[in-house]
Design a protein around this ligand. Structure first.
Ligand code: ADP
Ligand code: MG
Length: 358
């Protein structure tokens, strides 16, 4: 097991990168303490696989170093780094039985057959493959084959880290939930470093203790699921996480304070001096109808079961809020209250840091 340190990593696929846009991965500088469950979360094309392959050793970064403990492994192969990796699509030996597929990584390292049997049985149980151990892998469904892939990634107990690249993409939704809980359980049992790549916020938030949110080749925030929800450091995080995502409302700034159509809006922070336009970020969970507040018109109501998602127009912009079952939705003359301790100013997408003095 190892603490993984990424030192000023950058990566460009093309030769001679000169501009910022030439980099699929912009500067990543971060330490991953040993034994954590991490997720890399972001939309397709943001650089998750690139970063994962740099950690595993499938890819050598254009710049920077990868350290395992104090050892520089930047130019070492995945094998030498002692890493297990599970990919989006099955990587298995079709002509071997399921048992032999699961046994392969252990036998390859010279494990005795007693150990092999013990581990294979344990992993088969975890991945729900016990009934199929003697069948040839080629006869299994796409689901089954991916479970073998997952099992092969989990079977060794001596790896430094296990990396997963969207491993549940081909798995059906019900089984997905089951396998995800098993992975989480396994992590809690063995506390091995696990890094899980996904574009699905639910997968990331349920699996990981720490989520690394990425957008266009950059890490925009690293935090616990709660931190990402309660205090997004970037409007992208606010919007990408949550359903619906955070409201991002363009506003005027006067003397560091936010205004919407001339009405002052209380926030937890202030904009830096010199700024006249910025954005207010507030989650739909923290907006409510009130007797006084910002003028708004109800545009759309969507019933989501236990609550309704109401879309309003406020100061010329869409603002969503959640109304619990039984809560009233005013027909006209609506006023919105934004919970001030959850309302923040963002400048150029980033959270303005100065704390409010009011
Ligand atoms: P993600 O896994 O988040 O979907 P990737 O890491 O696969 O993103 O890709 C990041 C960016 O790098 C994308 O713009 C993608 O087109 C580009 N890219 C990925 N792999 C290669 C490659 N082998 N050659 C050239 N460009 C690539
Ligand atoms: Mg990918």
């Amino acid at each position: 097991m190892a603490r993984i340190e990424l030192k000023h990593i950058r990566h460009a696929y093309g030769a001679k990168p000169s501009r910022e846009e030439d980099y699929a991965l912009k500067e990543v500088h971060h330490i991953w303490p040993d034994g954590g469950a991490y997720a890399l979360l972001g939309p397709s094309g943001c650089g998750k696989t690139t970063l994962l392959n740099i950690i595993s050793g499938l890819l050598t970064p254009s710049e920077g170093q990868v350290m395992f403990e104090e050892i520089d492994v930047t130019s070492l192969s995945p094998e030498r780094r002692n890493i297990a990796q599970v990919f989006q699509f099955p990587v298995i030996y079709d002509t071997m039985t399921v048992y032999d597929n699961l046994a392969f990584p252990l036998r390859n390292r010279g494990a005795g057959e007693n150990i092999v049997k013990e581990r294979v049985m344990e992993i088969a149980d975890l991945t729900d493959l016990t009934e199929m151990l003697s069948r040839r892998a080629s006869g299994l469904t796409a689901d089954g084959k991916q479970k073998i892939s997952l099992g092969r990634g989990l079977v060794r107990t001596d790896v430094n880290a296990i990396l997963f690249d969207e491993p549940l993409t081909v798995i059906d939704p019900h089984l997905k939930f089951q396998l995800r809980s098993k992975l989480k359980e396994l992590h809690q049992r063995v506390s091995r470093t696990m890094i899980y790549v996904t574009h699905d916020q639910t997968e990331a938030l349920t699996f990981a203790d720490k989520v690394v949110v990425m957008n266009v080749g950059e890490v925009v925030q690293i935090g616990t699921p709660e931190e990402l929800f309660e205090k997004p450091e970037h409007t992208f995080v606010g919007h990408f996480i949550g359903s619906p995502g955070m409201n991002v409302i363009p506003c005027d700034i006067d003397n560091g304070k936010a205004f919407l159509d001339g009405d002052a809006v209380r926030t937890t922070n202030r904009a830096p001096s010199g700024v006249s336009r910025a954005e207010i970020g507030v989650r739909p969970e923290y907006v409510s109808f009130a007797d006084k507040g910002l003028d708004a018109q109800v545009v759309k109501v969507l019933d989501a079961g236990r609550f309704r998602i109401v879309e309003t127009r406020c100061a010329g912009h869409p603002v969503k809020l959640l109304v619990p079952e039984g809560g009233e939705i005013p027909a006209d003359g609506a006023k919105l209250e934004l919970r001030h301790d959850r309302t923040r100013i963002y400048c150029n997408g980033r959270l303005a840091t100065e704390e409010a003095t009011q």
